[in-house]
Design a binder for this molecule. Sequence first.
Ligand code: AMP
Ligand code: GLY
Length: 423
Amino acid sequence: MNILIIGSGARESAFIWKLNQSKKTVKLFSINPNAGAAELSTPIYTEKEDFEFIKSQVIELKIDMVLVGPEIPLINGVQDFLKRDPLTKKTSIIGPSKEGAKLEGSKDFAKKFMSKYNIPTAKYRSFRRGQIEVAQHYLETIKPPYVLKADGPAAGKGVLIIDDLNEAKIQLEELLIFGKFGESSNTVVVEEFLDGIEMSCFVLFDGKNYKVLPYAKDYKRIGENDTGLNTGGMGSVSPVPFLDKKLKKKIEDKIIKPTIEGIKKENMDYKGFIFIGLINVKNEPYVIEYNVRMGDPETQVVLSRLKNDFVDILTSCENQTLDKLDFHFDMKSYTNVVLASGGYPEKYEKGKLITGLDNITESIIFHAGTTKKDNNIYTNGGRVLSVVSSATKMKDALKKSYNTINKIDFLGKTFRKDIGFDL
Ligand code: AMP
Ligand code: GLY
């Protein structure tokens, strides 16, 4: 079986690592992979990674399955593009159609979907260009902090949380009038602030049946104690200690089941992961956002816990037989601490030599922004490596990750020393 992996972060490194453990005969290909993924799959290097190129590779390499890591190709319709062509329409795509991907691609669409299917989420109103006055007036009627969300994709930067009313009004102008995020801010969602603890819920859906994967928690801010700028994610843990059976049941009944029902009723062509960003407010779960893919840095801990053959899982997703498969997960605690480049998530330099990657015994290393040159590994992005460890107790797993981090070095090495601090 030939599988093409789209994406080149640590999430995709974890996919490739897990697929490599399969008992099935698989051949893995990845487009522009990082140094780690390039070792575990056949790399395809290209300057122009567009849909035509992907299609040409699917045909040439006789790809049976395309596993799409990031959201942008899905939002832009890669699934529809491949399904439309007679030469590629039989290829399995793990990832939804363009219509399904709107759950992530448009916050306004996602909020309307949640209202329609009675899924708990923050109260909101959406405003389009030209509605600035009504929008500003609405701000006056709600309590701070004000949550403003650009409707479309904005590389994780499209959510503004503002305490001051005047500042919120100014930012609303930036979004709606001055197009702060281009077309993505043509519509803005203004919503009620929810005060609670966040967690990530992952569901695999085959179009008929679904399976819930382990919950995880990620640490999005760059600074300790959750301070500073938002990043792609600086660490993660799984399982989530405060998540008990009762809360899980509530999530399944009030959120997962109606979400699945909604996707079916709307006839979305959807085979793939649904990542539900949740917030727990006094033991009541609310949806913060939907993503139509796995999370990064959560995948690195979630897949590390998976005991099943990942090829079996993806194949039964394609065959709509997920109900026939029992999923098994390691119950130990898994932790991921991310090593980033100095300056990230703002400006940072690339090309720093990474040392100490040999002889790592206590952790698994998933590469993200790395590249190999003359047998040396160099930094090549903001998030560089994910350091994953496990132990019966979360704090022992963290100790292993931090021990490993002490052995690895590169100029500007940055990481949070407090992953798991709130648990
Ligand atoms: P999103 O891009 O929707 O995940 O939002 C980014 C982050 O903003 C989330 O991870 C939350 O920390 C925060 N956030 C978004 N919406 C809300 C809300 N209604 N209340 C509180 N925090 C929020
Ligand atoms: N961990 C958050 C995300 O992948 O969007």
